[in-house]
Structure formats: structure tokens, C-alpha cells
Design a protein around this ligand. Structure first.
Ligand code: ADP
Ligand code: MN
Ligand code: MN
Ligand code: MN
Length: 341
């Protein structure tokens, strides 16, 4: 039989932050990856006596790990009656995107993350800390940059999968990095971001550090991986409606609308957001809301080019690295498009 392999990827029911799961299926060539199922009692998604959950592929792309004709199938989780499972945040996001489809909203999400070698960030000394922050952001050289081979492998994997990845950079805290997905509409931007996260974890499995007792490098989306004077990790969400791409007033209106709904957004932008949005380290405190041109200490930044051109997009700097991009984009669509309707 001629076949290909489909790796089914889904988001589990772990609290307070969901984890990614996947399993492989052998599919006859010529057929699309079918609806499948899994044991929800092992993923905090169902009780043991009624454990079946349904996997519905929503985004299928080439599998850069297995290569060939093999694919990755990003799935949403359904109940056996084909209605969305309570852990399925994509369904509401898709519904909101449909409702406000006329706005033609684009999203570009900057995913920050940190590499770990066992219990410490990759490349950090066994005892103590590296030199204070300052030279690491977009740095070069083995005293400043840790994990670049994994970053390059991950970028290639995203490109081979056909994801709309727009760039990568080393971040302010050593061993912290970023990649960006977008600009693209919802829920597709979130489908792709989840696949890119899965690829990051998967690529790390295969990279072994020669002097480390640990097998592989782990990537973590922890919003504050190291306490103290070290930057947290976020997932800035840049977005624009068609109106905003044509008119500065619409950009200001969007920033104002987000301010009127601040608490709801903060409550849905990732667990432990208070630890990251302290008012230090290029953040605005979660207790206040401000927007400003070029202001990296604001909740929402208007890029200088947008101010100069009188149109474009704005950046919501509040989402945590561990946010659910279905939730973030759903809320932005709801808040910004209802206010402009
Ligand atoms: P920063 O200066 O904050 O580090 P980045 O270059 O990392 O910015 O990310 C900017 C993101 O904004 C990219 O993902 C890009 O695709 C996205 N972007 C650019 N233009 C738009 C737009 N008009 N609407 C939505 N997103 C956009
Ligand atoms: Mn960035
Ligand atoms: Mn960044
Ligand atoms: Mn940013």
C-alpha cells in the first residue's frame, strides 16, 4: 500500500496553561488526513469512563521533520457529537473572525521563548548568573548568543512547512529568542503559531549539547523564566484592520478601544502575566493601560513609521509568551471591530 505519515497535533486541557500533544497516523496516499480520535482521559480533556475525544484537522502542511510526502495536521478538539470541546478556543476565534470578516484583519505575532538545558537557561553558568543584560539583544559571538543552531534549524523547518514566518532574533535575556508569524488573518495566524511552537519543541529534541548530561534542549514559553533583573518573555500581537491600514484615526480608535477593555484582555493573555507586566523591562504594569508612539513602556505601541505615514498597524505588547493565540486574536477582533462597527 502506498501511504504517507500525518502527525496529528492538538492542544490539551492542562491548567492553567495548555500543552501540545501529537501522534502519528499512516494514511493511504491520495486521501486527506481524516477525522481521528484520542484518549481524552490522559490529557485532562475527558473522564476515563467516557474518554473519547475527536481530532479534526484544520491546518495541514508539509512535515519538515519527516520530509517526503508526510504532513503535519494541526487539529481542533471536538466532542463525539462534533461540537467544540470546552478546551477548544479555536472555534470561538473562527466565529469572531467570520463575524468581522469585512474588516480584513491581519495579525503578526512575535513569539518569544527561552532555551533550557535541564533546570538552567542554555549556556548559563552552573552557579551564578551571566553578565547583566545589555549586549545580548541581536548579539553575535559565543559569549553572547546561546542556541543559534537550533534557531536556524527551527526557522528552516517553519519555512519548509510553508508557515508565514517573517523573522527571528536573539532577545534581551541571554538564551531568549523570538520568531514572528504573520501578517495573516485569524484563526490561521494562530494555527501556524501553534505548529511553529510544536516544531520548536520537536527540533530541540534532536539537538544534543556535548557537555550536558541532559538529552536535547527544551524551549519554554514561561513568561518570567528567571526572577530578578531579567526580561520576561512575551508574544506581542501586531494587528491592523483595512481601515487602520488606510487611516491613522482608525489606529488611535483601536488603541482607545483596547483601553476600555483592559482587564478582560489581561485576564486572557496568559497565566502569571502579573509577573511579567511589572512596569520594568520594557513593559507597562498590568494595573494600567497606556498607548504611545514608539513607546516600549506602553501597553500598546504605535510604530514610528505608522505615525509618520498616517496609517498602518499597532502593537499590543501585553500578551505573554504562554498565551493562547486563538484567545488573543479573538479578543482583539471582538474589542476593536465592535468599537468600529
Ligand atoms: P518589533 O519591532 O516589535 O520587534 P517585529 O519586526 O518583531 O517588531 O514584528 C512586527 C510584526 O508585525 C511582524 O510579525 C509583521 O509581520 C507584523 N506586521 C507588519 N505590518 C503589519 C500590519 N499591517 N498588520 C499586522 N501585522 C503587521
Ligand atoms: Mn520583535
Ligand atoms: Mn521581542
Ligand atoms: Mn514587539
Amino acid at each position: 500500500m502506498d501511504y504517507y505519515k500525518a502527525e496529528y497535533i492538538w492542544i490539551d486541557g492542562a491548567e492553567p496553561t495548555a500543552k501540545m500533544r501529537s501522534k502519528g497516523k499512516v494514511v493511504p496516499k491520495g486521501e486527506a488526513p481524516p477525522v481521528w480520535g484520542f484518549d481524552g482521559s490522559s490529557t485532562n480533556q475527558a473522564p476515563g469512563e467516557n474518554s473519547d475525544c475527536v481530532l479534526n484537522p484544520v491546518f495541514v502542511c508539509p512535515d519538515p521533520i519527516r520530509g517526503g510526502d508526510n504532513v503535519l495536521a494541526m487539529c481542533e478538539v471536538l466532542l463525539p457529537d462534533m461540537s467544540p470541546h470546552p478546551s477548544n478556543t479555536r472555534a470561538a476565534c473562527a466565529e469572531m473572525a467570520e463575524k468581522f470578516g469585512d474588516f480584513d484583519t491581519w495579525f503578526g505575532i512575535e513569539q518569544e521563548y527561552t532555551f533550557f538545558d535541564g533546570i538552567k537557561p542554555l549556556g548559563w553558568p552552573d552557579n551564578g548568573f551571566p553578565a547583566p543584560q545589555g549586549g545580548y539583544y541581536c548579539g553575535v559571538g559565543s559569549d553572547e548568543v546561546f542556541g543559534r543552531p537550533i534557531v536556524e534549524k527551527h526557522l528552516d523547518a517553519c519555512l519548509q512547512a510553508g508557515l508565514m514566518v517573517s523573522g527571528i532574533n536573539a532577545e534581551v535575556m541571554p538564551s531568549q529568542w523570538e520568531f514572528q508569524i504573520g501578517p495573516v488573518g485569524a484563526p490561521l495566524v494562530a494555527d501556524q503559531l501553534w505548529v511553529a511552537r510544536w516544531l520548536l519543541y520537536r527540533v530541540g529534541e534532536d539537538v544534543h549539547i556535548s557537555d550536558s548530561p541532559n538529552k536535547g534542549v527544551t524551549a519554554r514559553l514561561d513568561p518570567k523564566p528567571v526572577q530578578g533583573d531579567w526580561n520576561g518573555a512575551g508574544a506581542h500581537c501586531n494587528f491592523s484592520t483595512r481601515q487602520m491600514r488606510e487611516n491613522y484615526e482608525a489606529c488611535i480608535d483601536a488603541a482607545e478601544a483596547l483601553g476600555r477593555n483592559h482587564d478582560l484582555h489581561i485576564a486572557n493573555y496568559g497565566d502569571r502575566i502579573e509577573e511579567r507586566l511589572t512596569g520594568l523591562h520594557e513593559t507597562c504594569s498590568y494595573r494600567e493601560y497606556r498607548y504611545g508612539v514608539s513607546d516600549r513602556g506602553a501597553s500598546v505601541r504605535i510604530p514610528w513609521q505608522v505615525h509618520r505615514d498616517g496609517k498602518g498597524y499597532i502593537e499590543d505588547r501585553r500578551p505573554n509568551a504562554n498565551c493562547d493565540p486563538y484567545k488573543v486574536t479573538e479578543l482583539i477582533l471582538s474589542t476593536v471591530c465592535s468599537a468600529a462597527s
